[in-house]
Structures are given as structure tokens and as C-alpha cells.
Design a protein around this ligand. Structure first.
Ligand code: IMP
Length: 178
């Protein structure tokens, strides 16, 4: 794999398509086991999680629903201060088992602000599945129940993740070259 150039930055190949596929399959296997007969609702957080959510959802063999929510909390290469709900939940979550799908948990701020809003509607349970997790960047306590890869606090793109709008459309994940 070659380095890629997005806007003014160079990114190195970091996690291969095969490694991602294997990890998504592992997470799906765990979910198939843990949510058998629970008919969970998956809530994918747009935009970043759309590819992860699609691949994961295809690997599920249990009965499951999916809904998409859009929150804005990120600008450029640093988390910004505000989380805004742009597209609301269009599904009744009372007494339902929820699995939140995130591309990456960075500072934890997005989920820290979003989870109380979900609990407000009294779901039966909430768990989090994140393809990537940056434990070093954690400023807000968030428990990630299903983690794909723990990565250092370095900016990454690809497989749904962007740098200022570009870079989402790669099968692999790339890391900022500094
Ligand atoms: P948090 O609120 O700081 O946990 O940030 C979560 C959101 O920030 C993710 O859903 C991503 O959209 C974005 N984000 C965090 N780190 C990165 C990164 O390294 N590359 C691209 N987007 C990122």
C-alpha cells in the first residue's frame, strides 16, 4: 500500500483492509452471541461510522434493527466543544437493547454527551461498539464494550473517517505522517 495525500497532509498505510475485515467479523461474532433473541437496535453515528456499520451489519445473523443518527462534534483535526444532534432517532427505544456504532472514540466527548440523551428514553441497555479507540486521548469516561483496534493518539483517515471532508473512501485506514 502507498502513502496517500489529502489536502495538505500525507498519510501512511496503517490498518489493512484484511485486518479490518477480520476485526469486524470478530465483533459481529461477539454480537451474534450476546444479542441472540434480544432483537437489538443498532444506532450508527454518521458520518464516520457508515462503512463500519454497513460491514458489521452484513455480518450479523441475529434479528436486529438499525437506525442512523448524526451528531457534529469534530472540526479539522481536534475535537470541538459542541455536540449537536442534527438527525434525531426515528425509532422507539423504550425497553430496547441498543448498540451504538462509532467509527472512533477519541476524547469520549461525543458519547459522553449523547448517551444521557438516550438513557432519558429508558432503553433496556446500551452498549458501544467502536472500530477504533484512542485510550490516550480520553478526557471523558466512556466504556467501550466492543473495540476493534486500540490506537495511539494520532490522526487517522479512511474506511469512513475523514480529514476535512476527504479520505473516507478507502478500504484501509491511514495514519497521519508527521
Ligand atoms: P470524540 O467525541 O472526541 O470521542 O470524537 C469522536 C469523533 O471525532 C469520531 O466519531 C470522529 O468522527 C472524530 N474523530 C476523532 N478522532 C479522529 C481521527 O483520528 N480521524 C478522523 N476523525 C476523528
Amino acid at each position: 500500500m502507498d502513502t496517500i495525500r489529502i489536502h495538505d497532509k500525507t498519510f501512511n498505510p496503517y490498518i489493512s483492509e484484511e485486518a479490518i475485515r477480520g476485526k469486524v467479523h470478530e465483533i459481529a461474532t461477539a454480537l451474534n452471541r450476546d444479542y441472540r433473541d434480544k432483537n437489538p437496535i443498532f444506532i450508527a453515528i454518521l458520518n464516520g461510522a457508515f462503512i463500519f456499520a454497513a460491514d458489521l451489519f452484513k455480518s450479523l445473523s441475529i434479528d436486529a434493527e438499525i437506525s442512523f443518527i448524526k451528531l457534529a462534534s469534530y472540526k479539522g483535526m481536534k475535537s470541538s466543544g459542541h455536540v449537536i444532534s442534527v438527525i434525531g432517532l426515528d425509532i422507539e427505544i423504550f425497553n430496547r437493547h441498543l448498540v451504538i456504532l462509532e467509527d472512533i472514540v477519541d476524547t469520549g466527548k461525543t458519547l459522553h454527551e449523547f448517551l444521557p440523551q438516550l438513557w432519558h428514553n429508558q432503553p433496556a441497555s446500551i452498549r458501544i461498539a467502536a472500530l477504533l479507540h484512542k485510550p490516550a486521548a480520553k478526557e471523558f469516561q466512556v466504556n467501550v464494550d466492543y473495540t476493534g483496534f486500540e490506537i495511539p493518539d494520532k490522526f487517522v483517515v479512511g474506511y469512513g473517517l475523514d480529514y476535512n471532508g476527504l479520505g473516507r473512501n478507502t478500504a484501509a485506514i491511514y495514519q497521519l505522517f508527521e
